[in-house]
Ligand binder design. Structure first.
Ligand SMILES: [Zn+2]
Length: 488
């Protein structure tokens, strides 16, 4: 099938950030065969023509870090430091079943597509009572929506209390901390086998699925698990995704365990390659910036989540000025409360421009949009994120007869600073229209909301009970937080 998109303003997001004022795009099957001035477009024939004279075309965005099970608890988690927040968030997962993981991924995926994201990395951690923790249900949801997805299975083989600097509180470990250890960790070999079986079962790019390993965090895994996961990824030519240095407590733990930064430890194990992406990368050493630049590994910036639970800010200005490939994500809805990449874009372009810093390094709209498109694509080895011939046909058309784009002064800047996703009209993934007139085409939107409501209602007694249990962990974790920052 050949499709012509005619006369749009095209934001190509190629290396030069070229914008074509009046351009056309030809889609042949699932790839782009032409992107350029309308007058040079071949005469066809085309099976489908989209008149886009009042539209802006941009590459579909790549949401480079989220957790799909979190969509059912948006708005309900406390604004508290990650270690405390995480105890509460884990409570919401304990009783989730396959159908809940499906409903949650469907809800978040629909929100992403409608706000212009066409690829998502789901760092999936669910419930060990389900096969592959329930990741298969999330994959089914994203296939049903027509959303391209990279699902990295979260693995961890250490007891929880060995992964956080609990200090003196160690001796008074409460039952809930012990229970967290038992419910999360698994033997190294068992995780490796599960990870390989997961990839074998689900990896299918033609069905929009990339399946890959996702070690939970450096300090939460033995060296054997980290190197084995990296070996699986290398052999199968897959990405690998890990949380890195999200909080100061994690960086402190890294120094205790390894005597180096968490990233330097990964480097010593040989994991630093261009297929490695590291969510957050906030509490890193200055020397780590060069390690990123030299290896081509990607830090993933999640500004809303980092602000919501006070984790700190990644050194994005220094990353960019050192040529590091920074990608952008929403993180899960339990620490962001939504899955809108326009929200992430705007924050990324605003929060690093601080008084007294070198304004030549401030984040420009072009930087932010590059992070949200081609940089995410590069991190996961996907042929998307740029509108150019040969690329996969993942793109977004936005209405420009709207407040955000009137008058149309600088389209890149207005996409970043003015748009919130409400002008997204048409979204195409792999050559297929998955959003039309602002509505998803492959599933019934009311049914998605109904499934999510139903799942949340069923889970309520368990969530309420587990939140009470999680509360007993807070004193020990709060003590750790204040001690790490020297404020006891
Ligand atoms: Zn995360």
């Amino acid at each position: 099938m050949k499709t012509l998109i005619r006369d749009a303003v095209i934001v190509t997001m190629n290396e030069q950030n070229d914008v074509i004022e009046k351009g056309s795009i030809v889609i042949d099957g699932n790839r782009l065969s032409y992107t350029g001035p309308s007058e040079w477009t071949s005469p066809g024939p085309f099976e489908r023509t989209i008149e886009a004279g009042r539209m802006i075309a941009m590459p579909g965005m790549v949401n480079a870090h989220c957790h799909s099970p979190a969509n059912l608890v948006r708005g309900m988690m406390p604004s508290k430091p990650l270690e405390i927040w995480r105890a509460y968030y884990r409570a919401s997962l304990r009783d989730m079943r396959e159908e809940d993981f499906y409903a949650s991924a469907l809800l978040g995926g629909m929100e992403m597509l409608k706000a212009g994201a066409t690829t998502v990395l789901d760092h999936f951690a669910g419930n060990q009572a389900c096969r592959f923790m329930g990741a298969g249900a999330a994959i089914q949801a994203m296939r049903d929506l027509g959303l391209r997805h990279v699902v990295s299975l979260t693995i961890t083989d250490k007891n929880y209390e060995e992964t956080v600097p609990l200090g003196e509180t160690d001796s008074t470990l409460n039952d809930e901390i012990k229970r967290m250890s038992q419910s999360e960790a698994k033997a190294t070999k068992a995780w490796i086998d599960e990870c390989e079986a997961f990839i074998e079962t689900f990896h299918a790019p033609e069905k929009l699925t990339t399946a890959c390993p996702g070690p939970s965090a450096v300090q939460r895994c033995t060296d054997e698990l980290l190197t084995s996961a990296a070996e699986i990824a290398r052999k199968k030519n897959l990405p690998i995704h890990i949380h890195l240095a999200e909080t100061k407590a994690q960086a402190v733990m890294g120094k205790q365990l390894y005597g180096t930064s968490l990233l330097q430890h990964l480097a010593s194990l040989g994991l630093l390659r261009s297929n490695l992406s590291l969510a957050h990368s906030i509490w890193i050493d200055p020397a780590d910036i060069n390690l990123f630049a030299q290896s081509g590994a990607t830090p993933v910036h999640n500004p809303a989540s980092n602000l919501r639970i006070g984790s700190g800010l990644a050194p994005v200005r220094q990353f960019l000025s050192s040529g590091v490939n920074v990608a952008l994500g929403t993180d899960g809805s339990a620490s962001n409360d939504g899955q809108n990449m326009f929200d992430a874009l705007r924050l990324a372009a605003l929060i690093h421009n601080q008084a007294g810093t070198d304004f030549n390094e401030w984040v420009t709209p072009g930087h932010a949009l590059g992070m949200a498109t081609r940089n995410g694509a590069r991190a996961f080895g996907l042929d998307v994120g740029v509108l150019a011939p040969g690329k996969l046909a993942d793109l977004v058309l936005l209405r420009r007869d709207s407040s955000a784009f009137t008058p149309l002064n600088d389209v890149t800047s207005q996409l970043v600073f003015c748009e919130n996703g409400s002008d997204v009209d048409t979204v195409i993934v792999n050559g297929e229209i998955v959003v039309e007139g602002g509505r998803v085409t492959k599933v019934d939107e009311r049914e998605v909301l109904r499934l999510a409501e139903q799942a949340r209602a069923r889970l309520d007694p368990s969530i309420q009970r587990e939140l009470v249990a999680a509360r007993t962990m807070e004193p020990a974790l709060a003590e750790m937080y204040f001690r790490v920052f020297g404020k006891r």
